[in-house]
Design a protein around this ligand. Structure first.
Ligand SMILES: Cc1cc2nc3c(=O)[nH]c(=O)nc-3n(C[C@H](O)[C@H](O)[C@H](O)COP(=O)(O)OP(=O)(O)OC[C@H]3O[C@@H](n4cnc5c(N)ncnc54)[C@H](O)[C@@H]3O)c2cc1C
Length: 396
């Protein structure tokens, strides 16, 4: 009998699992003993991390997009569009329904459908929504706004947590500072404020370094300030503690949530995310405990950091557990919370070398003290080019 692995979502995490299984089980797949199927609602993979750089014209759309068919092994059955857009997930009957009404069954299911922005969750936000978080077009809109900054007050607001890559608005703010100082040379005429929903910005050493850099660069930081509402006519935001902050330009990271279809299917917990064992990533939630269902990436529990680096390590751990499931030895390979946050504190400009660092950590080991360097900047810039042929293909 053919065993079936079904992967929902061909973004970062789903693609890595599909490619690792296709390599490991090429013989079983050829003999029809195993079928690996992946579904996605569209046929283009976007490396969302590149959105942070689009406003500064450091990557092009071509750099950060690829057709999914070029990224997924031909041994994997891939369905994109109406045959791939998940409309219902029924864990009790092990059945997935897609937009075209086609149904898929499985022995093992990997749910890796990412998360999405929910700007309607903040009253007034859609009246003045400038964000590089949601799409290529939106990131280009921010580029145009940034190019036109001459003076005034720019506020970068992170509405709430969790969001994918909570470090992205931090590095965006540093890059904006560097751009205004070293490229546009208008920094003295611009007040820059980061409005942050929590007290710390990341784990202790990360917070310490970011705080010292924010002070050094004259960036005001308002902490513990989740966004409550936006009054576009007055150009004013109100935080949950009632503080009012005026702005000339507002750039926001909206609240995020799990895909609506998974919420409607009753799979999410009280915080709105898919609940899973933090080590094995097996589904544990309102729809019961399912050892054959793995939860991967941005839609996972609120207390697992949502980063591409984390999604990558989760995909490697789940792929190994699936190999063990299929080989029949039942050993679970734990995800140890490996994650990371690439930081940039300065752009490469005629006046500055560019400074970056890729901080990494795991559940049991927070990041150590670090500083940004020119080499860190170079490695992070280069990463976006190796992402497609090494990371997404699951080669490390
Ligand atoms: C602005 C920004 C900057 C970032 N910067 C970094 C960074 O510097 N470093 C870092 O590590 N991480 C970064 N991230 C986070 C990183 O992009 C995510 O953590 C990573 O993409 C998560 O992978 P995923 O597979 O869970 O989700 P995704 O890669 O988003 O994939 C989810 C897939 O599911 C599909 N899907 C959704 N709904 C359906 C449906 N109903 N049916 C079928 N398919 C569906 C989507 O089309 C998508 O292909 C950033 C994110 C953003 C937004």
């Amino acid at each position: 009998m053919t065993q079936k692995v079904l992967i929902l979502g061909a973004g970062y995490a789903g693609s890595v699992v599909a490619n690792i299984l296709a390599r490991e089980f090429r013989n079983k797949i050829a003999k029809d003993e195993l079928e690996v199927t992946i579904l996605d609602k569209n046929d283009t993979n976007i490396n969302q991390g590149g959105f942070t750089f689009i406003p500064f014209e450091l990557y092009t759309p071509e750099d950060i997009t690829r057709p999914r068919k070029k990224l997924i092994s031909p041994r994997v059955k891939a369905f994109f569009g109406a045959d791939g857009e998940v409309m219902n997930v029924d864990l009790q009957n092990k059945e997935i329904t897609v937009k075209s009404d086609k149904k898929y069954t499985y022995d093992y299911l990997v749910i890796a459908m990412g998360c999405r922005a929910d700007p309607d969750a903040v009253p007034g936000l859609t009246d003045d929504l400038n964000t590089f978080y949601t799409s290529m077009d939106d990131a280009f809109k921010v580029r145009d706004l940034v190019k036109n900054i001459e003076k005034g007050k720019v506020v970068v607001s992170v509405a709430s947590m969790p969001v994918p890559c909570p470090g992205a608005p931090v590095k965006f703010t540093f890059m904006l500072e560097s751009y205004l100082r070293n490229v546009k040379k208008v920094r003295d005429d611009v007040q820059l404020t980061l409005v942050w929903p929590m007290e710390p910005i990341g784990p202790p050493e990360f917070n310490k370094f970011v705080t010292s850099q924010m002070n050094e660069k004259g960036i005001e930081v308002l902490r513990n300030s989740p966004l409550s509402n936006v009054d576009a006519s007055r150009k004013e935001i109100t935080t949950k503690s009632g503080e009012k902050v005026n702005y000339d330009l507002l750039i926001t990271v909206p609240p995020h949530k799990a895909p609506q279809v998974l919420i409607d299917a009753g799979l999410t917990d009280e915080k709105g995310w898919l609940s899973a064992d933090k080590a094995t990533l097996q589904y544990r939630g309102p729809a019961g405990n399912h050892d054959n269902v793995y939860v991967l990436g941005d839609l996972g529990p609120a207390d697992i950091l949502k980063t591409g680096i984390g999604a990558h390590y989760q995909a490697i751990a789940v792929s190994q557990s699936l190999k063990n499931d299929i080989h029949g030895n039942g050993i679970q390979t734990p995800y140890e919370g490996e994650t990371g946050c690439p930081l940039v504190t300065e752009l490469e400009t005629p006046a500055t070398p560019g400074r970056g660092y890729i901080a990494t950590w795991k559940y049991s080991k927070p990041p150590e003290a670090f500083s940004t360097t020119k080499m860190g900047w170079f490695l992070y810039r280069m990463y976006y080019h190796i992402h497609w042929d090494i990371s997404v293909k699951g080669l490390f």
